[in-house]
Design a binder for this molecule. Structure first.
Ligand SMILES: O=C(O)CCC(=O)C(=O)O
Length: 281
């Protein structure tokens, strides 16, 4: 057993945070993690990269690398690889915020950790993208819910030149009928719509995955390290091989196993938050 089950708070966002994500498609929770948690996570990500570079080995079963380039190292499917990853992905506040935005119980859909380094060649345009169609949304009490939410926590301090996540604000509600290239070109015409994350280490960017977003461009000489969890309603299938490690799932509490496996499936009571309801955190 990894740890005692924790009750996730509801609502987990203040009214201002809830309104921010409603309007812009993202909200930043500064200093959600302690510096000790940040240090432990960051050391583990570097340890995994070091293992790979020295031996070509993975840190455990059921994980892989989306990229092993010098300027972008990424390890995917994390919960069973280290207790600090598990604690991050099951962090009650993060799961609470994700469930509030999804609009009901969540399963962990995706998890990955990244190290980004400055590029050798100059880059001026971002790799803007979005995961799934904004159509997978619903309203409850007049508030917008979407079925794929990400909590991305920066493990390094991010100044304006340090390549923080960059988004085109408000695009989470723009349907795919509008070509993405046109949206991106329009935003570059008026860059006030392009928002970049500038935060201290330990701060979390919560965003609808339908928001058009990209890694920022590192112009400084600093490395950027991050961890992220993606959450979806329990009735969704695991995405792109992010199935839970079956042996590990047997070892955790019922509450955490349900989060990893989505075993509740269509038993999905909707969370009904009013905008003015105070956060319980
Ligand atoms: O590196 C980043 O800040 C953005 C990560 C990203 O693009 C994604 O989660 O899809």
């Amino acid at each position: 057993m990894m740890s005692e089950p924790k009750t996730t708070p509801f609502p987990a966002l203040t009214s201002a945070q809830r309104l921010h994500i409603e309007i812009y498609g993202y909200v930043i929770i500064e200093n959600l993690l302690s510096q000790e948690e940040v240090g432990t996570l960051k050391d583990k990500v570097y340890e995994i990269e070091d293992l790979y570079r020295r031996t070509g080995e993975q840190p455990g079963p059921n994980c892989w690398n989306t990229s092993t380039k010098e300027e972008f190292f990424r390890v995917d499917n994390l919960p069973h690889l280290a207790p600090c990853f598990f604690d991050y992905l099951t962090h009650p506040r993060i799961v609470g915020m994700a469930e509030e935005i999804i609009g009901g119980p969540a399963r962990l859909q995706q998890s990955d950790a990244h190290i980004r380094r400055p590029l050798k060649e100059e880059k001026t345009r971002h790799g803007f993208h979005r995961g799934i169609n904004p159509a997978y949304s619903h309203y409850e009490n007049g508030l917008y819910h979407f079925s794929f939410i990400k909590a991305l926590t920066n493990l390094t301090d991010l100044g304006p030149d340090d390549g923080g996540t960059t988004v085109i604000a408000g695009t989470h509600k723009v349907p795919t009928d509008v070509p993405q290239e046109d949206i991106v070109n329009a935003a570059y015409e008026d860059p006030s719509m392009i928002h970049q994350v500038i935060v201290p280490a330990g701060s979390t960017l919560l965003f609808y995955e339908s928001l058009i977003h990209a890694a920022g461009i590192i112009k400084s000489d600093k490395e950027r390290v991050l961890i992220l969890g993606g959450y979806m309603p329990t009735m969704f299938q695991a995405w792109m091989g992010y199935d839970p490690d079956p042996d590990f799932a047997e070892t955790v509490s019922d509450e955490h196993r349900a989060l990893l496996t989505g075993e509740a499936k269509f038993r999905w009571p909707r969370g009904k938050r009013e905008l003015g309801e105070p956060a319980k955190v």
